[in-house]
Design a protein around this ligand. Structure first.
Ligand code: ZN
Length: 110
């Protein structure tokens, strides 16, 4: 991974987690959307690994005006703007026909 600065604290970092403030980075720029990747994550108390291909990536901006009543008149107010980012992966069988592998923590292998 190329060297960059933590967007949270500005410290120079070379991994997926800032050693100073603990901020974690998900750098999806390394993904080739046409080729399978291996993803390791914590899921329901277990560390799992799976082979997957990116199915979709979206950023959604949602503005929901909220109605309320003031002096018997309905007024619409903008209470918040919610912006979400979602990346969806299709999980594929690995070479052994396995979809999800549970990994022991710190076993050092994918
Ligand atoms: Zn940091």
């Amino acid at each position: 991974m190329e060297r960059h600065n933590c967007p949270n604290c500005g410290a120079p970092i070379e991994s997926t987690q800032c050693p100073y403030c603990g901020t974690v980075f998900y750098d999806f720029t390394v993904l080739d959307s046409d080729k399978p990747s291996y993803i390791r994550m914590n899921w329901h108390g277990n560390q799992i690994v799976f082979r997957a291909i990116m199915k979709s990536a979206e950023i959604e901006v949602r503005d929901d005006p909220i109605p309320y009543y003031a002096d018997n008149e309905m007024v619409m107010i903008q209470t918040h703007t919610e912006v979400t980012a979602s990346v969806e992966f299709m999980i594929l069988e690995d070479d052994d026909g396995i979809l999800l592998k549970r990994k022991e923590l710190n076993d050092g292998q994918y």
